[in-house]
Design a protein around this ligand. Structure first.
Ligand code: FES
Length: 517
């Protein structure tokens, strides 16, 4: 075992020699925006001690000066002896025009939380430098009461158990906040416990926790904030109280130094939550002159189309196929998952996470596999298997007719939603300046394959991975208090929520989009 020291976290991780740094760093909250294909430089690391050989992709993407300074692409690297590295993606530029993370420095600390249906990611930031001081990512403890938002709604409403989920969410995030502070202050002594610590003068201004900002979909927002989920359980599926919620940490049962305010950012309507509002802040789509789109590909896909003048948003139930659920050999993107399928000289080539034997297939592999099946003629445009009742990939993994049907349902719902929003906005798909794709799955799929199956029918060079745009937006919100300067009401006034289930054309569009191009 070798040791990998990770800055700016100051964390040391034991790694097996030869292990892929992508696999190692991914579980510690590091993002790989282009899915580790060596195309985006988003995973750039600087070697501070030890060495990493320069790879072919490093040479292609990094300048000679960067290479000489020790920069490498983490997604292309393998552990070789003890290493000390610094991550570029957790750095932030101060007031740099081209940065997606532009902020005005201020003393103190802030915690940004992306409360996802499946996972929770929380980061502690130094608001003077924008540096990430600590990160925590774990599965949402509510997941045992249902994998998707509708099963959480059902558990809460039919089972009259909303309080159970609220308590779980508040406890888990309170603990994560405490752990972040402890991790960051482990070198400087433990963070003072208790809400009175700041007022008693124990915390200098630079170490004061100014605020916590949370973002999440509408169901997560309502569950965390203790708002009645009942309106979301039936037609017209509109939230009762979608607005910004502000608590003091103590009200939530959190013993944090200084009893800081905790903001849950407002939702946009229906099932379009503050994760998408944060995505707008991160991509600055609401400031763009030319129309663009933001698509969060998940079980509940959320879509925004527009520019600085007006924006339309909607959500559509895509189902869990992209997460590997309801697929016969489906699994999450973990060791043993086929994550990439390519055609080379007419032969299928499958890449497996962890480079061992395939155990199943995850969402990105599924999209690739169906695209390859279409190119080979093994899958017809209708979705039917041409010759047999399965499409073998690599033993023991194959796709069944039902697997292809599940993918068609998911991609049909998203493509139809996008099509109707573009129609309502009054723009043709090829007039969009850019399409930002957010969400874990959205960052890992191959956009050429996504186009081949008709999921995102745009030239791949117009499609841009947005990383964890929800978390980035939450971080940006830490630097301002938008409810005081009126930024949220202004932004919200530009956005109209479209209830796709009320659109008479949705069903027809959905059926059409289920077919493959
Ligand atoms: S270059 Fe490594 S993730 Fe994109």
């Amino acid at each position: 075992m070798d040791n990998l020291e990770l800055l700016p976290l100051g964390k040391t991780i034991p790694v097996e020699r030869g292990a892929s740094l992508q696999d190692v760093l991914f579980v510690h909250g590091v993002e790989f925006p282009c899915g580790g294909r060596g195309r985006c430089k988003g995973c750039k690391i600087k070697v501070l001690a030890g060495s990493l050989p320069v790879t072919e992709q490093d040479r292609l993407r990094l300048s000679a000066a960067e290479l000489a300074q020790g920069w490498r692409l983490a997604c292309q690297a393998r552990a070789q002896g003890d290493l000390k590295i610094e991550l570029a993606q957790w750095e932030a530029a101060i007031l740099a025009d081209d940065s997606t993370f532009e902020f005005t420095p201020q003393p103190g600390l802030g915690i940004a939380v992306d409360l996802g249906t499946t996972t929770i990611v929380a980061q502690l930031l130094d608001l003077a430098t924008g540096r990430v001081l600590a990160v925590r990512a774990e599965l949402n403890a509510q997941a045992k009461h249902g994998a998707d938002i509708m099963s959480r709604v059902e558990f809460s409403v039919a089972g009259r158990s909303q309080r159970v989920l609220e308590t779980q969410a508040r406890r888990q995030i309170g603990r994560l906040c405490r752990e972040l502070l402890d991790a960051a202050s482990s070198g400087a002594g433990p963070a003072p416990a208790g809400p009175s610590a700041l007022s008693s003068g124990q915390v200098p201004e630079t170490r004061r926790l100014n605020r916590v900002v949370l973002v999440g979909n509408t169901v997560m927002h309502h569950l965390f904030c203790g708002l009645d989920l009942e309106p979301l359980s039936h037609y017209p599926f509109e939230p009762g109280s979608p607005g910004l919620r502000v608590f003091q940490a103590e009200e939530l049962g959190w013993l944090l130094p200084g009893n800081p305010p905790v903001h849950f950012l407002p939702c946009l309507g229906g099932f379009v939550g503050s994760d998408i509002l944060a995505g707008l802040l991160a991509t600055r789509l609401h400031e763009a002159r030319l129309p663009a789109a933001l698509v969060d590909l998940g079980t509940n896909a959320e879509i925004v189309v527009g520019n600085r003048q007006r924006l339309l948003c909607a959500s559509t139930a895509a189902g869990p196929a992209f997460e590997g659920a309801r697929i016969s050999n489906g699994m999450r993107a973990a060791t043993g998952a086929i994550f990439e399928v390519r055609l080379e000289s007419g032969q299928l080539r499958c890449r497996v996470l962890g480079h061992g034997r395939a155990r199943g297939i995850c969402g990105s592999g599924l999209v690739d596999a169906v695209a390859a099946g279409l190119d080979l003629g093994s899958i017809l445009a209708s979705g039917r298997l041409a010759k047999s009742d399965s499409f073998p990939l690599t033993p023991p993994v194959s796709l069944t007719q039902q697997d292809i049907r599940e993918l068609q349902l998911a991609k049909g719902a998203i493509a139809a939603g996008l099509r109707l929003l573009l129609d309502q906005w009054g723009i043709a798909p090829d007039q969009l300046d850019r399409i930002y794709v957010a969400g874990a799955f959205g960052n890992y799929i191959n956009y050429t394959s996504a186009r081949r199956i008709g999921l995102l029918k745009f030239p791949p060079d117009k499609v841009q991975p947005a990383g964890n745009a929800a978390l980035l937006g939450a971080k940006l919100a830490l630097f301002g208090a938008p409810q005081h300067n009126g930024a949220y009401p202004l932004l919200l006034a530009k956005i109209k929520h479209v209830a796709l289930h009320e659109d008479p054309n949705f069903h027809e569009a959905f059926v059409e989009e289920m077919g493959f191009p």
